[in-house]
Design a protein around this ligand. Structure first.
Ligand code: CA
Length: 381
């Protein structure tokens, strides 16, 4: 089987109501998709993660100009070989950021093709499913004003709960005092409902503020505290782990086995959060998962992309071992963004949704999803 064509699609949709996380205002939802065609008529789909402030054209240009020539004519089942080919060829200007997101998109499409060629879901190629359904957690609590929104966020927690979520992640990083006030309001609203919270500041603070916030939140019994400091400050991460009581999570802005090697060596996280669309794809996630397991670190992928990224993440989560086996071991969960994303659900013919507090792992060949081309035509930039 040979790759005969690689097409990139940049999708954009302006948001009717912009929202903020600690790093800025999100005014549009974007996706960089790639489709890889073969001489046997199979098509594989991949996605480069475009975070809220990231121009999706960067990854699209890297795919078009740097990666496409490297994979045309190759056998898409050679996922490991092609990953290293793409990484080596872009090393001097890549290694992190959007270039690795571009590699991620192509790599995911290759795994989709490999699964379709073998007639099995990707998790089968990864060694099988430890689980066939995953508990989702609601990511939300973005801001529409910025500060002083504690009451509105407490209402939002109840809405997520009514929708079936038992786990929720609160966006913080809008000033430590404002953060504490929001968490107190949310805590009061959900008391007695069996809800577990996480928090995420998107590296809004330096060590002193991050510690002050972490200490103030000890009473909430958090499942994790995400990105407390900037991704470059691995010693700061280790300090958070040493001085705070809750598990520390991070890694959505780290890339490849090389970046993650340093993160694990520093003892930076209890919970590793590679994003399939930016860590280097499924191939890189395999490398990272093996290292995490060796370091006794749990893996919970970061997921904020479209349905392609959701499907790829579910395939990986199905195949994730737990780092600490027991009869009732804590299982990985699926990040389920609840913010506005006009084309995420519609991009595939059977949307990825939670029912009764669970999301099923797609069991069709490859990623297990079918793309609706009319949605691509509608939102193509
Ligand atoms: Ca995050």
């Amino acid at each position: 089987m040979k790759i005969t064509a690689v097409h990139t699609h940049v999708l954009k949709s302006p948001l009717a109501e912009p929202f903020a996380f600690s790093q800025g205002w999100v005014r549009q939802r974007c996706a960089t998709l790639v489709e890889v065609h073969t001489d046997e008529g199979l098509i594989g789909w991949g996605e480069a993660f475009a975070q809220g402030l990231e121009p999706p054209e960067i990854a699209a240009a890297a795919i078009e100009h740097a990666l496409k020539p490297l994979v045309l004519g190759a056998d898409p089942r050679d996922t490991e070989v092609l990953w290293h080919r793409m990484y080596h060829a872009t090393r001097d200007y890549g290694r992190k950021g959007s270039v690795v997101s571009a590699i991620s998109a192509v790599d995911i499409a290759l795994w989709d093709l490999a699964g379709k060629a073998h007639g099995v879901p990707v998790h089968r190629l990864l060694g099988g499913a430890f689980r066939t359904r995953v508990e989702p957690y609601a990511t939300g609590f973005y801001r529409i004003q910025g500060q002083g929104e504690a009451a509105r966020l407490a209402d939002e927690a109840l809405r997520h709960h009514e929708a079936g979520f038992r786990l929720m992640k609160v966006k913080l990083g809008f000033g430590v005092d404002d953060d504490i006030a929001c968490m107190q309001a949310i805590g009061r609203a959900i008391a007695g409902r069996g809800i577990t919270l996480m928090v995420d500041t998107n590296h809004a603070y330096g060590r002193a503020e991050a510690l002050r916030l972490g200490r103030a939140l000890a009473e909430h019994d958090l499942r994790w505290y995400e990105e407390p400091v900037v991704p470059e400050d691995l010693a700061g991460y280790a300090e958070m782990r040493a001085r705070l009581t809750m598990p520390i999570a991070g890694g959505e802005n780290e890339h490849t086995l090389y970046g993650w090697r340093d993160l694990f060596a520093a003892g930076a996280v209890d919970v590793a959060q590679p994003d399939l669309g930016s860590c280097g794809g499924i191939t890189a996630a395999r490398h990272i998962v093996a290292m995490a397991q060796a370091h006794g670190v749990a893996v919970n992928p970061h997921v904020w992309g479209s349905a392609i990224a959701q499907a790829a993440s579910l395939q990986l989560i199905a195949a994730l071992p737990v780092p600490h086996h027991s009869l009732f071991a804590q299982q990985p969960v699926l990040e389920y963004d609840r913010s506005s994303h006009p084309f995420r659900q519609h991009l595939i013919t059977r949307p990825i949704e939670q029912h009764g507090g669970w999301v099923d792992v797609p069991d069709g060949p490859g990623l297990g999803v079918e793309v609706d081309r009319s949605v691509i035509e509608r939102w193509r930039s």
